[in-house]
Design a binder for this molecule. Structure first.
Ligand SMILES: Cc1ncc(COP(=O)(O)O)c(C=O)c1O
Length: 395
């Protein structure tokens, strides 16, 4: 039989995953200035510290770490995460309410595996992180987008949707959101926790950028206002230690976490022991806080430089002014098309991600996302000049 006749599972219907991948191929061109990715800067990856930790761990506990481990996670890491969550995210939880996972991407996948049947409704911010929208779509859920403004997802609309649509889950990124960079305000955090319990909706709270704050006051997590266990919290060390280690965690009600743990058994058995132990040592040795402080200093300069240049950039109608994170979201003047202009930008040597891909229902072709962490100040200067040229010529 011809392999062309191979029938893929229906869950892949309508899922191509190609749009952004195509953009990333363009970035391989030498000299390209990329505002498209969302990676930490190479200088923000603590390779020497991790090498020392890994050597020490392998010499002292190598036989255990190189063996299979428990799906529930590396026990010392779960222990370290209890005070970490209290300190950084303001909520109490027990060790058996924490599951280390293979990047927080896996937390989203496991939550969907545990909760979503085909046709179930999942509310997402409009726009939101493409990767997790994809995960939700692969479980054949119906996405219901709810708009956001400067203070995050609009909770009045959210309540209306909860009442009318009876969704199973809400996916929300409260701090320095991807792609907008916006932060959900305190009042809305409290309201979301209350609405989740009132309407019986699981909140998947995804907060990987929290520690990358360059201005303003920290806010407690939505989970800190959760009294009945409706909020499942997804955290990650990708943006503050290393995305390549693939260590994140899910903190949730024990019954929900148990289902996720069973789901994880058939995904990857467990997250790599050595990588969990490296993150655990990083936390125990108190290395995270000074590292975050150092990287925030340079990210703040990069963001402020990009914001200053955006204010003078031709064709740009408005843009967000984040207090942290890795992204700025901008809107071109009415009638301009960021998808069509990407090719012209790339020809000049600069790339971004068109905003349309982050909207569950598409549209908004005049929007685009900029990342500043992967570019030096000089590259930001040059790249924004090139964008200014392209947008001004096509305004
Ligand atoms: C909002 C958001 N959630 C989750 C992730 C994925 O994180 P991880 O590397 O922990 O899987 C990203 C990565 O870009 C992200 O932007």
């Amino acid at each position: 039989m011809d392999i062309q006749s191979l029938q893929f599972a229906k869950r892949f219907d309508g899922i191509s995953g190609s749009a952004i991948r195509e953009i990333f191929k363009l970035l391989a061109v030498p000299g390209m200035i990329s505002f498209a990715g969302g990676n930490p800067a190479a200088s923000a990856l603590p390779d020497t510290q991790v090498a020392e930790i890994a050597r020490e761990l392998l010499l002292s506990k190598g036989k255990t770490l190189l063996q299979y481990g428990a799906t529930e996670g590396y026990a010392p890491l779960r222990e370290s995460l209890v005070p970490y969550l209290k300190d950084r995210f303001s909520f109490d939880c027990r060790e058996d309410e924490i599951l280390p996972v293979t990047g927080s991407t896996q937390a989203m996948d496991l939550l969907c595996k545990a909760l979503i049947d085909p046709g179930d409704k999942v509310v997402v911010e409009n726009p939101t992180f493409l990767g997790n929208m994809q995960a939700i779509r692969l479980y054949q859920a119906q996405l219901i987008p709810v708009d956001s403004d400067e203070d995050g997802i609009k909770v009045d609309e959210l309540e209306e949707v909860f009442r009318r649509e009876h969704p199973k889950m809400l996916y929300v990124i409260p701090t320095f959101q991807n792609p907008t960079g916006r932060t959900l305000n305190l009042e809305r955090r409290k309201k979301i926790a209350q609405l989740a319990a009132q309407y019986g909706v699981v909140v998947a709270e995804d907060d990987p950028y929290r520690d990358l704050r360059y201005a303003g006051q920290e806010l407690p997590s939505i989970k800190s206002f959760d009294t009945e266990g409706w909020v499942a919290f997804m955290g990650s060390f990708s943006k503050v230690i290393s995305p390549g280690l693939r260590v994140g965690f899910l903190a949730a009600n024990a019954a929900l976490l148990r289902k996720c743990t069973i789901g994880k058994q058939s995904s990857d058995v467990h997250t790599a022991n050595l990588n969990q132990a490296i993150v655990d040592a990083y936390l125990r040795q108190g290395l995270l806080a000074p590292h975050v402080e150092a990287i925030c200093q340079s990210y703040a300069e990069q963001m402020n430089k990009m914001l200053a240049l955006l204010s003078k950039c031709g064709g740009v109608a408005r843009y967000t002014r984040p207090q942290g994170g890795l992204f700025i979201f901008a809107e071109l003047k009415e009638g301009m098309n960021a998808v069509a202009l990407l090719n012209k930008a790339v020809e000049r040597g600069v790339a971004y991600v068109p905003g349309t891909y982050f909207y569950a229902g598409g549209g908004h072709e005049n929007t685009f996302r900029l990342n500043f962490s992967m570019s030096t100040i000089e590259q930001i200067d040059r790249g924004m000049q090139l964008l200014n040229d392209v947008f001004t010529e096509n305004a």
